[in-house]
Design a binder for this molecule. Sequence first.
Ligand code: DGY
Length: 321
Amino acid sequence: MTAKPSLLVTRKLPDAVLERAARDYEARLNAEDKLYGPDEMIERAQGCDAILTCSPEKFTAEVIARLPASVRAVATFSVGTEHMDLEAARARGLVVTNPPDVLTDSTADITLLVLLGAARRAYEGQRMVREDKWFGWTPTQLLGVQVSGKRLGILGMGRIGLAVAKRARGFDMEIHYHNRNRLAPEIESGARYHAQAEAMLGHCDFLSINCPATPETHHFLDARRIALLPERAIVTNTARGAIVDDGALIAALKSGRLAAAGLDVFEGEPDIHPGYRDLPNVFILPHMGSATLETRNAMGFKCLDNLDAHFAGAEPPDRVA
Ligand code: DGY
């Protein structure tokens, strides 16, 4: 019998994923779910053939250069790969994979949750009830913004953007989008394409950010672009925090230039910009887009499918480097 490959699993994953990892690999687990810093991760990876990692762990060029020579593959438990220097991975001959597709629905669902939460002032309503400050129904209490008939601009019409559009159509929203490439008409399904993101902003009663974090999208939503949105627009971000300039967004939410925001992701999370914490018109969640048991199981299984393929001498289906 050949020895099983050894695998460092850096975080506590759902039970079914860990059971499969322990069945098929010499798995080094992290029962405490401690976030390893680079030194500890590298130390724990000594002698391992592969690492199953998550987005809070940074695989910078420096970390990749210091990985033990035995490590030949890294599967990240995230569709986003901005925490990894893929160029450095390629240069080292490191195989890197991610788990696309399986988190599309859950992330699109949470986008609609924060969109509706922001539009309908869900945080203020929750607080009123929980703090026992609700003194009964009144005709003008917590009036929000109706979504039906409104224009939704989607920045990044990949799998998740398309799933957001599908859901938003169910709320009778008119869909606009910007993407690097225009989609085929049957995929567009009537959505209006804007070749320039700035040209779309004036049509966004709601703006949904669904693009990856790249050097090009870093702080995309800054003061200049917020000024292009209609008065009292609503912004949602369920992609990556670094796409938004927090100072500019907070200023626009404070002044009322924007009506509200719904955010699941933050630059530097979990150390979010303190300005968000006491803003009543921001509906915030702690990066929960893919947090359903079904999705997290599927993400873990995809990571293991990719590693299994690598160790069977095949090309992993979701190789990104
Ligand atoms: C993803 O898969 O990118 C999620 O946001 C978790 O990092």
